[in-house]
Ligand binder design. Structure first.
Ligand code: 2F8
Ligand code: CA
Length: 130
């Protein structure tokens, strides 16, 4: 599999580890500008890869319950077939946490979408061969 410069290959996808402070929606747009989308996570192997690569930085991922409270959906539209919540999360603290981040441990926490995080992870499909 081939990935663009500055993207990292893992299994069938390419990943980009953004390193500039952004709110969740800005991170989403940054990924789209890079022809990707905020990462959707579907296995423990993928999570382990991301945890390691994120290098203890809190990072936005492509999971949110912005439309219906408590109903978390991935940016890739696939089912929530894997989760890695920090115990006690998601807690929708102050009734306002609708965007999901990886903590430094890699565990997930729902947080305010308007929080500024220093990191965010994009994905795109790897192209075979070429
Ligand atoms: O204790 C977990 C709790 O910690 C913080 O709230 C005190 C987080 N809030 C922010 O990061 C803004 C909560 O999301 C988290 O659930
Ligand atoms: Ca929370």
């Amino acid at each position: 599999n081939t990935c663009p410069a500055q993207w990292v290959s893992f299994q069938q996808k390419c990943y980009y580890f953004g390193e500039s402070p952004k709110r969740w929606l800005q991170a989403r747009y940054a990924c789209e500008d890079l022809h990707g989308r905020l990462v959707s996570i579907h296995s423990q192997e993928e999570q382990d890869f991301l945890t390691k690569r994120a290098n203890k930085e809190k990072a936005w991922i492509g999971l949110r319950d912005l439309d219906i409270e408590g109903e978390f959906t991935w940016m890739d539209g696939k089912p929530l077939d894997y989760t890695n919540w920090q115990p006690g999360e998601p807690n929708n603290a102050d009734q306002g946490e609708n965007c999901v981040m990886m903590l430094s441990s890699g565990k997930w926490n729902d947080a305010f979408c308007h929080n500024w995080l220093d990191a965010w992870v994009c994905e795109q499909l790897a192209t075979c061969g070429s």
